[in-house]
Design a protein around this ligand. Structure first.
Ligand SMILES: NC(=O)c1ccc[n+]([C@@H]2O[C@H](COP(=O)([O-])OP(=O)(O)OC[C@H]3O[C@@H](n4cnc5c(N)ncnc54)[C@H](OP(=O)(O)O)[C@@H]3O)[C@@H](O)[C@H]2O)c1
Length: 511
């Protein structure tokens, strides 16, 4: 049964910023249009910029380019705007500000009959993630009498294991762990959630989902864009921190975790934690063998000519920050012993695509190889496309009509767009709705965020000490050759470079 949603106020810290306009306000409006918000609801934006309620509504609704093209109805937008308010702050973490905010929330609480139920969404620079909750605690907004208080924390959650631990301790000193929602927008994607449904709602995948039948697992998350004008920000993080530690390890957890005993937050997040604990550490000299880091040079991408990473605005000439990572690793547990896992992600690659590819082992004998050697190359692959063109394809060998026993790969496919005529909900809408319901299943738990950092930390440390080279690749290509060598010793398998459409591959015939 779905949890009912209590009346509440959603407070967005950093409401003047990019994320609020690009994602958060449009997501709340979508919930409003879909009839998901409780009848008694208000939204309070808070930041240092000096807006009146009216000016705030203009900025984030009527003049917000990310609200355009949404097919909305003017009357609906007007009615929604009346639920939006604004509080300007001197500093985010001052107690005086927290007192002002509390008084405003009490007023709104009376006006909208929302009581003392609050969601505080931290959409600010990360340095404020621990000081804002402390200021809220000083005025009792972390544990309101006769109500509840939840905290949503944006990425990045820490910079390494030590800082993530410290942030957890600071947050947990003022909020209960169950009230801390660490957002990872990948977990809001339908297709990432569908990984669990595919595995656990069907009888035929799970018996094959182990070392006996699976040869390798690969996850690719490619972007076509470079760093643009955000080079200064990006140079502080890099692809391992920005994509792998959080989003792609979460995708991996959905692919590789054990079946949870129930589909609830406690069980699912417990299994993910176990999976992260089973990741075999990559340390010291293994980093150079198992992880390839690279930076893009100037080249032509789908979006036009791109200058090299080191030429981008805000990036130092001698930057060693990676814009591409490919890695091979193992999971030391009963199910996955010996199965190689591969993850790669990069900027300025040929396509924007995220997909998971499960390659199954070949049958024990190549019975039909006498007819042509194609039978030897025939892969059984399950491709799960996370974005775009969301769906799945299962590829297998079939007989070519005619004499003999020639084999050709064909595929069976499923596209998400065929399942519903409704728009697939945006990640932020789904995740905000879950938080409103008090369901943290699709949010990251504190200990597993630390555990994911523990896996990537030794790699970051080896790079800092320059114990592994920085490879180069031309913008618009699939990355450096060094990444192909990660597959050495694995017969007949390599990166599957995705095509625009899930099944658009000259190799295959659609069934
Ligand atoms: N943008 C995205 O697509 C995206 C995606 C995923 C995660 N995030 C994360 O979400 C958070 C917010 O992102 P954003 O892109 O919205 O950031 P932003 O636009 O740079 O900042 C949000 C707001 O924070 C305030 N702020 C900025 N710099 C500050 C400073 N040095 N000290 C105090 N306040 C400052 C500003 O408001 P005032 O000056 O009015 O106070 C600004 O409007 C970040 O932690 C980011 O990592 C963003």
């Amino acid at each position: 049964m779905a949890n009912p949603i209590d009346p509440h106020i959603l407070i967005i810290y950093g409401a003047s910023g990019d994320l609020a306009q690009r994602k958060l306000i449009p997501a709340v409006f979508d919930l409003y249009r879909g009839g998901y918000l409780p009848e008694k609801f208000a939204l309070l934006g808070a930041s240092r910029t000096d807006y009146t309620d009216e000016a705030f509504r203009e900025k984030v609704l009527f003049e917000n380019e990310f609200m355009q093209g949404n097919g909305y109805d003017e009357d609906q937008l007007k009615a929604f705007s009346e639920l939006l308010f604004y509080q300007d702050l001197k500093a985010y973490d001052g107690v005086e500000d927290a007192k002002k905010l509390k008084a405003k929330l009490e007023d709104l609480g009376e006006q909208f009959e929302t009581g003392s139920n609050y969601i505080f969404y931290l959409s600010t620079p990360p340095k404020l993630y621990s000081s804002i909750p402390k200021a809220l605690a000083e005025v009792g907004l972390n544990k309101p009498e006769n109500g509840w208080s939840r905290l949503v924390v944006e990425k990045p959650f820490g910079y390494d294991e030590k800082s993530a631990k410290q942030l957890n301790e600071e947050l947990q000193s003022v909020f209960r762990e169950n009230d801390i929602y660490r957002i990872d927008h990948y977990l809001g994607k339908e297709t990432v959630q569908n990984l669990l449904v595919t595995r656990f709602a069907n009888g035929f995948f799970e018996p094959l989902w182990n070392r006996n039948y699976i040869q390798s697992v690969q996850i690719t998350a490619a972007e076509t864009v470079g760093v643009g004008s955000r080079g200064g920000y990006y140079d502080e993080s890099g692809a391992l921190r920005d994509m792998i530690q959080n989003h792609l390890l979460q995708v991996l957890a959905h692919v590789a975790m054990e079946p949870p005993i129930r589909a609830d937050a406690y069980s699912i997040r417990g299994e993910k934690m176990k999976l992260f604990q089973s990741l075999r550490a990559i340390t010291g000299e293994q980093v150079a063998q198992q992880v390839v880091r690279a930076q893009y040079d100037a080249g032509d991408t789908k979006d036009g000519h791109v200058e090299g990473y080191r030429e981008a605005e805000g990036v130092p000439d001698d930057s060693m920050t990676e814009t591409y990572v490919a890695m091979k690793f193992f999971i030391d547990n009963w199910r996955w012993a010996g199965v190689p896992f591969f993850i790669r992600t990069g900027k300025c690659l040929p396509l924007k695509v995220t997909e998971v590819v499960i390659t199954f082992k070949n049958p024990p004998q190549a019975l039909f190889s006498g007819y042509d050697d194609y039978a030897l190359k025939c892969d059984n692959q399950l491709i799960m496309r996370i974005q775009p063109d969301e769906g799945m394809a299962l590829e297998f060998g079939m007989k070519v009509p005619g004499e003999g026993f020639r084999v050709k790969n064909v595929d069976m496919d499923f596209f998400y767009r065929d399942l519903t005529t409704k728009d697939v909900p945006e990640s932020y809408s789904r995740l905000l709705l879950d938080c409103m319901k008090g369901d943290p299943t699709l949010y990251a738990r504190g200990d597993s965020v630390e555990q994911a950092w523990a896996f990537v930390d030794p790699i970051l440390q080896a790079w800092e000490k320059n114990e592994a080279p920085l490879a180069r690749y031309t913008a618009g290509t699939w990355g450096p050759e060094e990444a192909d060598r990660l597959w050495d010793g694995i017969t007949g398998a390599s990166w599957r470079n995705p095509a625009e459409s899930l099944i658009d591959d000259k190799h295959y015939t659609k069934l």
